[in-house]
Ligand binder design. Structure first.
Ligand SMILES: Cc1cc2nc3c(=O)[nH]c(=O)nc-3n(C[C@H](O)[C@H](O)[C@H](O)COP(=O)(O)OP(=O)(O)OC[C@H]3O[C@@H](n4cnc5c(N)ncnc54)[C@H](O)[C@@H]3O)c2cc1C
Length: 416
C-alpha cells in the first residue's frame, strides 16, 4: 500500500478500516542467501538497500527483540555531517544526502527536519579547530558556517552569555543538520524492505554461528537453525557478544549512553545545540519536550539504564549552558548500549571468516549514519568490495595503525 495524503483522506472517511500491518510477521525459512543479524536502523537499512539497489532476494533480518527496541529507538535523533577527516566526511555527507531523499525513497514520513546543528565554541583554540573542520566539510561539498558570539546570541538569546564560566565565543553551524524521528526510521526501512520480499523476523535471537572450514554456513537461533550463504552482523551494543560466537575479539567496548526528555514546552529551541565546554546536546521535539544527553556511563555494561553520576553531570552541563532548562521538569530518561570503538570511528568490513561481515563501532553517532551505513554494508555484502565512502572503515586498521581518530583522543572511548 502506498501512503499519501489522498490515502489518509480516504481512510478517514471509511473509519480507518483499510490500513494493513506495515510489514509481514515472517516466520524463519530453512535457508537464505543473506541473513542480517540485528533489526536496528543499520540492519534494516542494509536489507532495504540490498533488495532495492542490489537486487538481492532471499534476505532475512533476525531481531532478538522488536523492531525499534534498540538504539535506533533510543537516541536523541540528531543528524549532521560535520566531520574533519577524509575517512569520515564523505561517508557522513553521503548519509546526509540520503536523509534528504529518504522519505520519498521509503514512502514513509520519518519527520526529517533540517533545523540546523550548532556546535558552540568557548576558546580561541576551539574556534580555530572549528574553522579547520568547517573548511574540511566545505571541501567535501557539505555546508558549514562559522558564527561569532553576536550571531549566536541573535539565534539563541537564552544561552548563558553573561556570567558563564566558559564564555560562548561563537559556533560552527551546519544548517542542513537537524533531527529525524528515530523509530520512524526503523519502521520506514522495515516496511520498504518487507515490500521487496525481505523477511523481518522478530523475537529471534541468534545464539550461535555455524562455521565450517573457515566459512559461514548458517546460524543457530531461538527459532531454530537457519542456513545462510552470507551473514552480516549489525547488532550495535552487542557486537562483541555476537562476534565472539565466531571466535573474534573486537576493538570495541559496550557502554550505556543515557538520554532525557522534559515535559512538553512551548516552542523555545528551533535547532540543535551542542555545548563545547562539556558534553551536552539539546533539541526540542515536535511534541515540545527538550531532548538532551551527554556522556556515556564510564563502565562497561549491557544494561539499558544508567546511573546517577552521569545524570548529574548532564544536568550540570545543561544548567551551565542554558539556565532556563532548570525550570523544566524531567519527564523520562533511558539508556542504550553503545558500541564504542577505540578510535571513535566505525567498522564496515569482511571478517577472517569467509561469508561473515561486520558492521559496528558506531559510538555515539550511529543514528545519523544509518542510511550510508546500510548502503555501504549492502554494497559490501553484494559485491565483496568496500563502498567508496566506507573504504577506510577496515577492521585491521587498529593493528595497522591507520586510526580514524577525529578528536585525536586515542583509545579512550568516553572521549570520542
Ligand atoms: C541515548 C542515545 C542517544 C544517541 N544519540 C544519537 C544522536 O543524537 N545521533 C546519532 O547519530 N546517534 C546517536 N546515538 C547512537 C545511535 O543510536 C546508534 O549508534 C545506532 O542506533 C546503532 O545502530 P542500530 O540502529 O543498528 O542499533 P540498534 O537499534 O541497537 O540495533 C541493533 C539490534 O541488534 C539486536 N541484537 C543484538 N543481539 C542480537 C542477537 N544475538 N540476535 C538478534 N538480534 C540481536 C538488538 O536487539 C538491536 O535491536 C545515540 C544512542 C543512544 C543510546
Amino acid at each position: 500500500m502506498r501512503y499519501s495524503g489522498f490515502r489518509i483522506l480516504r481512510e478517514a472517511l471509511r473509519g480507518h478500516r483499510g490500513w494493513g500491518p506495515a510489514w509481514r510477521d515472517a516466520d524463519p525459512q530453512p535457508s537464505y542467501d543473506i541473513v542480517i543479524v540485528g533489526g536496528g536502523g543499520h540492519g534494516l537499512a542494509t536489507a532495504h538497500y540490498l533488495a532495492a539497489r542490489y537486487g538481492a532476494r532471499r534476505v532475512a533480518v533476525l531481531e532478538k527483540g522488536w523492531i525499534g527496541g534498540g538504539n535506533v529507538g533510543r537516541n536523541t535523533t540528531i543528524i549532521r555531517s560535520n566531520y574533519l577527516l577524509d575517512g569520515n566526511e564523505p561517508f557522513y555527507e553521503l548519509s546526509m544526502k540520503l536523509w534528504e531523499g529518504l522519505e520519498q525513497d521509503l514512502n514513509y514520513n520519518a519527520m526529517v527536519s533540517q533545523r540546523g546543528v550548532l556546535n558552540l565554541c568557548h576558546s580561541d583554540a576551539q574556534r580555530d579547530a572549528y574553522r579547520l573542520r568547517g573548511n574540511a566539510m566545505r571541501l567535501h561539498g557539505a555546508d558549514a558556517e562559522l558564527l561569532d558570539a553576536d550571531a549566536v546570541r541573535a539565534m539563541y538569546p537564552f544561552l548563558n552569555f553573561d556570567d558563564a564560566r566558559f564564555r560562548i565565543r561563537g559556533g560552527l553551524l551546519q544548517r542542513r543538520g537537524g533531527t529525524v524521528r528515530h523509530d520512524a526510521v526503523a519502521w520506514g526501512y522495515a516496511r520498504a524492505a518487507d515490500s521487496r520480499g525481505v523477511d523481518i523476523i522478530q523475537n529471534c535471537a541468534v545464539t550461535g554461528l555455524r562455521i565450517e572450514g573457515g566459512r559461514i554456513r548458517g546460524l543457530d537461533t531461538t527459532r531454530g537453525p537457519i542456513a545462510a550463504g552470507k551473514v552480516g552482523v549489525a547488532v550495535a551494543g552487542h557486537s562483541g557478544a555476537v562476534m565472539a560466537m565466531a571466535g573474534l575479539r573486537l576493538p570495541i567496548e559496550s557502554h550505556v549512553l543515557q538520554a532525557f526528555v522534559t515535559e512538553g514546552l512551548k516552542p523555545v529551541l528551533d535547532g540543535v545545540i551542542t555545548y563545547g565546554a562539556g558534553h551536552f546536546y539539546v533539541s526540542q521535539s515536535d511534541k515540545g519536550g527538550l531532548v538532551f544527553g551527554g556522556d556515556i556511563d564510564g563502565y562497561n555494561s549491557y544494561a539499558q539504564r544508567g546511573n546517577l553520576p552521569v545524570v548529574e553531570d548532564v544536568c550540570e552541563g545543561g544548567m551551565a549552558l542554558m539556565p532556563m532548562i532548570g525550570r523544566a521538569r524531567l519527564l523520562r530518561m533511558w539508556g542504550g548500549i553503545m558500541d564504542m570503538s577505540m578510535d571513535g570511528s566505525p567498522i564496515i568490513d569482511r571478517t577472517p571468516v569467509e561469508g561473515l561481515y561486520f558492521n559496528g563501532g558506531w559510538c555515539y553517532g550511529g543514528f545519523k549514519a544509518t542510511p550510508a551505513s546500510g548502503l555501504a554494508f549492502a554494497h559490501l555484502l553484494a559485491t565483496d568490495t568496500p563502498h567508496e565512502t566506507a573504504a577506510a572503515y577496515r577492521l585491521d586498521r587498529f593493528r595497522a595503525g591507520r586510526m580514524i581518530d577525529e578528536k585525536g583522543m586515542g583509545a579512550t572511548p568516553n572521549l570520542h
